[in-house]
Design a protein around this ligand. Structure first.
Ligand code: APR
Length: 235
């Protein structure tokens, strides 16, 4: 499939695009969920039950993410955005901020971000770097209630679904990069895009992630395959 400046391209990235930046994926060997039960750290019930445990988990991921650097796959998406301008849209399931760091204008962070938190009392929103992370449970400067990571937990509604729905209806090509396609609603986007007439591509080193909704499957690491594809599309 040749992509040109007039192609309306919608990209969905998952943890796999950040694997080569040293950030653990969730379901690969040694992935995040192997060392933590999701129920213990990534649900509203977990936060109500043990906010200290949840904050320990997310503080560790936040500190780790501060050391991570975008990799060639992230920069290839910035190149694509430069070529396609307003015809390029990026949805990410990742909360590591690497698309923003790489230079993408407006990544749609449907699962929130490690860089943000908000107050469980008055809903005030803060950047992580502006709050005191010393206390086991950081508190709101405005009302004193506990803060929580601005990350979408299991059982919560992802962000920006209306905007994503509109983009799925108006894309010519849908590109999946580094996602296992097991968590909905993101896992359903490729089927919706295909059903609505888009040509679908995926990049993944795991052949078993190829589903019948994917027209063009590129086996390999995002950091190697994506830059090569962008050079082919825009020599
Ligand atoms: N390049 C491309 N893909 C890769 C690479 C790589 N270098 N390394 C691993 N992958 C692929 C794996 O084969 C797998 O298909 O990335 C995918 C990672 O899958 P998951 O760990 O399930 O991550 P993701 O799909 O983003 O999970 C979706 O689940 O737990 C929730 O909120 C969490 O956003 C996350 C969501």
């Amino acid at each position: 499939m040749q992509i040109t400046r007039n192609t309306r391209l919608l990209v969905l990235t998952g943890a796999g695009i950040s694997a080569e930046s040293g950030i653990s994926t969730f379901r690969d060997k040694g992935g995040l969920w192997e060392n933590h039960r999701m129920e213990d750290v990534a649900t509203p019930e977990a936060f109500a039950r043990d906010p200290r445990m949840v904050w320990r988990f997310y503080k560790a991921r936040y500190e780790h993410s501060l050391q991570a650097k975008p990799n060639p796959a992230h920069f290839a998406l910035v190149d694509l955005e430069k070529q396609l301008d307003r015809n390029f849209h990026l949805i990410t399931q990742n909360i590591d901020n690497l698309h923003t760091l790489a230079g993408n204008r407006d990544p749609i962070e449907m699962h929130g971000s490690l860089r943000r938190c908000f107050c469980t009392g008055c809903d005030a929103h803060y950047a992580m770097e502006e709050i005191d992370l010393e206390p086991e449970i950081p508190l709101c400067a405005a009302c004193g209630a506990p803060l929580r990571p601005d990350v979408v937990w299991f059982g919560e509604m992802p962000y920006h679904l209306d905007r994503i729905d509109s983009l799925l209806k108006n894309c010519d090509v849908f590109l999946l990069v580094g996602t296992s396609g097991v968590v909905y609603p993101a896992a359903g986007f490729v089927m919706t895009a295909k059903y609505l007439g888009a040509h679908t591509l995926a990049i993944n080193p795991d052949a078993s992630s190829k589903t019948e909704a994917i027209d063009e499957f590129h086996l390999g690491k995002a950091g190697e395959v994506l830059p090569r594809l962008v050079r082919e599309w825009f020599p």
